[in-house]
Design a protein around this ligand. Sequence first.
Ligand code: MSP
Length: 501
Amino acid sequence: MNKFYITTPIYYVNSYPHLGSAYTTVAADVLARFHRMRGEEVFFLTGTDEHGSKVAEAAAQKKTEPQKLCDQVTAKYEEVWDTLKISYNYFIRTTDSQHAQTVRYFLNSLKEKGLIYKGQYQGLYCLGCERYYTEKELVDGQCPFHKKKPISFSEECYFFKLSAFQEKLLKLIRSQKLIIEPQERRNELLSFLERNQLEDLAVSRANVKWGIPLPWDSQQTAYVWIDALLNYLSGLGWQGDSQKISDFWPPDVQLLGKDILRFHLVIWPALLLALDIPLPRRLYVHGFFTINGQKMGKSLGNALDPEKMAEVFGVDALRWLMLSSFPFGQDGDISQSKFYDQYQAQLANGLGNLFRRVLTLAAKSDQDFTPPQKEEKKIIKILQQTWKIYEKSLDDLKFEAAIESVRKVIAEADRYVDQNKPWELLKKDFSRYQEVIYHLLEILRHLGWLIRPFMPDKSDLIFKGLNLELAEKKKSLIQGKKWGGTIFSPTPLEEILFPRL
Ligand code: MSP
């Protein structure tokens, strides 16, 4: 069975999840469900990033212990992910002892290879990002993401010879052996690597106590980003005790937001190269949810609460709306009222209305609907093409394009109803009425499959309305996306697929 390993970044626990944090995770979940639907064995990893000065400071401010804050915020993440139906296979916490073991092993191995040395670091440090900035990278003397002036810092610490990997990285990216998407991000990184000399990276901190102590110097803790990146290995249970990591390694897709691009596209592959570990197959950098052009986040106080949004729209619809608004690789402005308009147009008046209309029309007959002699070639062709576009779009992480292809099927079905007027056929031409309804039921069955990775419960409801709940779930996708062959005896439902808001 084909294996598919997908990861999200792990989330900082200095604040609660917001809709922007949920963006990466919902996208990853749709992909995970899509690959499972295809019959692949999926390992979907997410979790929390719990060490470092940012978390220690947040705990101090709340007059609590860092571990307590971590437990509390992680519990909230797990709760929100459950609400959003995130089907992760493992939730990694960097305070797990098992993870610490991986980090210690990894750092020791780097040291044994002569890639770690002791030095003095002096620089401008942004607490928000947990990283040093060069003067050039600042905007008006401030961190471009947190809009705060970094603090000046000097400390003794250990360095990783990151600079030794510049040429290798360049070669791998140029030869497409390391795939970075979208194209603009790959080009951006290439031009950064071509124009700048990589500096070695400080991988430990003497002044941060809330972290994993270095195996050879307990006065220093591992730099939180090194600690965090290694979750992608420890999350698979790898503790460095054997060469083989897992059948799932390397990751098929790693998702990340553009604010953490350098860590994932430079430091992460360099760390893996250092230990001769195979690189991820694909790193995908997505854009931000913005509110009036500003990144949604806790620091700007403009964050939307995913649980509240789920109460308003329902979880399935929210998942759909989050991915339908704009291309995944770009930034996009969102708001509750935009979601409201999309909900009405795409879901309540679109899919929901079609579903109700077809089931009501089908209920006018007490006979089963069997595959007719005459098939509408045009409809069959449209569905075949839709499946092609849909699968290709999801392979390319073009969620919005996959959604668009589904919306076209809904529009086509609406047109088919309007053209054929089955309510008139019922009186005039019963066998044509049966033919038309058969096609509509079969379209609904396909829609049940097409929406499944995005809206798993609504997909169940469609199958339930078609009286095929068990039958469809037993099928593989290959069987599910075939046209015809089904005998329908639908049951009108009490539930409304997408209630008006
Ligand atoms: N802890 C680090 C990641 C370590 S991974 C080895 C981190 N955490 S985070 O909580 O700040 O962000 C997690 C993810 O959420 C990132 O991919 C980030 O880009 C994403 N988002 C946070 N706000 C976002 C939006 N407003 N919109 C879309 N994604 C955003 O970074």
